[in-house]
Unconditional design. Structure first.
Length: 764
């Protein structure tokens, strides 16, 4: 499980000397990035990239600054939501630079296009930035080395960077970063193509177990989240949003709300129009001088709604429509051989249909944002928010307030969970709109019920799989249809079927050694807002495929592991031709760097089954094991789940084994912690499922009707193994989730003999 340590312990864990210890304590967050709660102005304590450029020292890029006193300041331009990005990317930079971590200061960057992509989503922070961050640091290192070599009149190749010094190896002379920074800052910045990275072996902390920098603050309450911030004269707002997407207000009782003590204003929110994107949701806001008054005022509104065209949306009917779609021909995106001919000639045929409902995000911290709009100089809006995508927030606030983006500042607080929900900017632009309307700072607060009712839900999906078996029981035909409303419908109302880039998530990149394969995308119309949720479409694709493999194994009276490995085929990297696809989005990565690798998927399967004692499962008493494996976000993950029955006749996931191959990893402790969290997240999906709609309304309200895994239902043991690898980094935040649900489903079948093809498997 996750390690916590004191700051002194943190520095000792990094192997730092006592020298610079006090500086190290300050550097790694002895004080919060933002001012603590209270009647104070929560301005960031650190400089912006623009200010850093004007300061004395070396500033080769927006990510890094070295001052004349030797302090190395590193920007964490991705958001911290417990995954440890502030404990990983900056340490990677410091290692490449050769900096003593006791002399390093990290600050949370504001939303700014100067940083490039800041969206903390898609498991892309390490895999997408690994080389770029190393180049940013290596650039500074090269400039320091050149400067020192000129002073000593020696060859640069004879100098090395270590512990915040440039050292001339033959003479053992050395100069500190601080002594060189000003002079180095005056030289031309090298072409990135000319910059050489260190040998990987010299990155001292790479792949090691590193403590999380913010861990102690999480525990002792010093960590600053969106709802912790205060401004003088700040007001609190809650909003009665339409319960049906696209609905509008028919009537409401403003007077009753204003009679509640503490309520200051009642404000009509802008009415959104399709496509929904990240707009404010509409409805009526109640603004008060405290949260309870705002909530009480909202309860007094007595709102009636016009539901609009989505008022007839019902989950059961929509599921039936998706089933009909999945049982008709769709758009073919993967084709090898002749599936139809092979199915007709098959000795045996098996088919199954799988269903996964809308899944909510359920982060522990509901949405919240603090906005301060001022009229000075044509208007300016300052935001403090737990956002995964500060640039998207900046863009949306500018649009809502009719301001240029240069007039919007977005400060990023810590996130109490995100899972993709906080990549959307709706809650932030709501706060900005209200601040301008009231001429005062406003903190807009979601309740738990608001969070569940007004989510960008993971899309609902139906999968239809058909397989043909030859006389020896081997699969010689594989037909997969997937029907779901794609996230593209959020941005374009005409989009009503998945694309090839949607099917990259577990359908087109599923390694198969079957001679006849077809995969099709089928129509799915959306009547709700759908969006990214941790591992997205991989959730239902993995559930269907791994469950189907288990069904095939049961039909053949064979071992699920053997059938899975047989259908993956031999260890190899699959070409597009072998996959049967014209192109593969491949999560934005080149196939040369991240091929579809059956060898890596086989390796995690073989390892996890060994760790779990898979071959001895028949000897288990009162327990059963289930297996699943999946490639997602360029990483490979396999899970074995153990299911048992308790004395009260409830079913319990009592033990889980997970093996991950994510290529090169930076912080082993953080990767392990994310896998532990992935297991619990996958258990939520599998055991409790998602939300349902009736008459366009979400039927669940809080954790009583939309439960999550609680401490008493966690597995008694979780075993995580991260495989050593020198391959390019893959994703980490999401790949652990997809195999968990089907592993549990297969274990439940092995225990009870009853197959569930729908989530949730058990229910609340």
């Amino acid at each position: 499980m996750q390690k916590l340590t004191t700051r002194r312990g943190f520095l000792e864990a990094l192997g730092l000397s006592g020298a610079g210890l006090c500086l190290g304590l300050h550097a790694f967050g002895a004080e919060p990035t933002n001012e603590p709660a209270g009647d104070q102005d929560p301005k960031p304590k650190t400089s912006s990239p623009e200010q850093e450029k004007k300061s004395i020292g070396l500033n080769p890029n927006v990510f890094l600054h070295i001052s004349d006193d030797g302090i190395v300041t590193i920007a964490s331009h991705r958001s911290e939501m417990g995954q440890g990005i502030r404990s990983s990317l900056p340490i990677l930079i410091a290692d490449e630079l050769g900096a003593d971590l006791a002399h390093v200061k990290i600050f949370q960057a504001d939303g700014d296009k100067a940083y490039g992509d800041q969206n903390t989503d898609g498991s892309n922070s390490i895999r997408g930035l690994y080389d770029d961050m190393r180049t940013a640091a290596a650039t500074a290192r090269q400039m320091l080395v050149i400067t020192a070599a000129k002073r000593w009149n020696v060859e640069g190749s004879s100098c090395v960077s270590e512990n915040s010094f440039i050292v001339h190896r033959p003479s053992k002379r050395r100069l500190s970063f601080g002594e060189l920074a000003v002079e180095a800052g005056k030289m031309p910045i090298p072409d990135p193509k000319s910059v050489v990275h260190r040998p990987t072996a010299e990155l001292k902390h790479l792949t090691k177990n590193m403590p999380i920098l913010d861990g102690i603050d999480y525990v002792n309450g010093k960590a600053i989240y969106g709802a912790d911030l205060r401004l003088p004269d700040m007001l609190i707002a809650v909003i009665a949003r339409p319960p049906v997407v696209g609905g509008t207000v028919a009537k409401f009782n403003e007077k009753a709300a204003l009679e509640v003590p503490g309520v200051k204003r009642v404000v009509a929110m802008p009415v959104p129009k399709a496509p929904w994107m990240f707009q404010p949701w509409g409805g009526i806001a109640v603004v008060a001088d405290n949260t309870w008054a705002a909530m009480s005022g909202r309860s007094a509104l007595q709102i009636s709604w016009n539901d609009g065209e989505n008022g007839s949306y019902n989950t059961a009917a929509h599921r039936q429509a998706l089933s009909q779609s999945a049982n008709k021909p769709g758009t073919v995106y993967r084709k090898v051989g002749d599936v139809d001919k092979s199915l007709k000639a098959a000795s045996r045929r098996i088919e199954a249909e799988y269903f996964v409902p809308h899944l909510p995000h359920l982060a522990m911290e509901p949405q919240v944002a603090l906005a301060r709009y001022t009229k000075d100089n044509g208007g300016h809006c300052e935001i403090w928010a737990p956002t995964q995508n500060p640039q998207a927030a900046r863009t949306e606030v500018a649009r809502v307030l009719d301001l240029p983006e240069s007039k919007v500042t977005v400060h990023v607080t810590l996130l109490g969970g995100g899972f993709g929900r906080k990549s959307k900017a709706d809650f932030i632009s709501e706060a900005a709109y209200l601040s301008k309307a009231l001429g005062a700072p406003v903190r807009m607060q979601f309740t738990r019920e608001d969070d569940i009712h007004n989510d960008y839900l993971n899309t609902i999906g139906v999968q239809k799989l058909v397989a043909g078996l030859d006389k020896n029981g081997k699969v010689n035909a594989w037909h997969h249809r997937t029907a779901f409303p794609p996230i593209g419908s959020l941005f374009n109302t005409s989009v009503d079927a998945p694309s090839s880039s949607d099917l990259q998530q577990g359908v087109l990149d599923f390694a198969l050694a079957i001679p006849n394969v077809t995969a099709e995308a089928c129509e799915g119309h959306s009547s709700v807002r759908v969006g990214w949720l941790r591992s997205v479409y991989n959730i239902f694709h993995s559930f269907a495929i791994n469950s189907f493999i288990d069904e095939i194994a049961h039909l053949r009276k064979a071992d699920t592991k053997d059938v899975l490995l047989e259908n993956l085929g031999p260890a190899r990297q699959l070409s597009l031709k072998e996959l049967g696809v014209e192109k593969l989005a491949n999560y934005g990565a080149p196939m040369e760097k991240h091929p579809v690798d059956a060898a890596r998927l086989r390796a995690v399967i073989e390892r996890v089954t060994k760790n779990a004692g898979w071959d001895r499962r028949s000897s288990l008493k009162g327990r059963a094991l289930g297996l699943a494996a999946h490639r997602s976000f360029l990483s490979y993950c396999a899970v074995v789940a153990s299911m048992t029955k308790r004395k009260d006749n409830s079913y319990w996931v009592d033990e889980v084994w997970l093996v991950l191959d994510a290529g090169t990893i930076v912080n082993r402790d953080r990767v392990t912690a994310q896998m532990e969290g992935s297991i619990l997240n996958g258990m939520n999906h599998a055991l409790y499922g998602g939300v349902s709609h009736k008459n366009g309304r979400v039927e669940q309200d809080n954790f009583d009707t939309m439960p999550i895994v609680r401490m008493g239902h966690e597995p008694r043991a979780i075993h995580i193994e991260i495989l050593e690898s020198t391959k390019a980094p893959g994703g980490v935040g999401e790949p652990g989730v997809p195999p968990v649900g089907p592993a549990i489903a297969n274990a439940l079948f092995a225990l009870t003999g009853k197959r569930s093809r729908n989530l949730p498997l058990i229910g609340a």
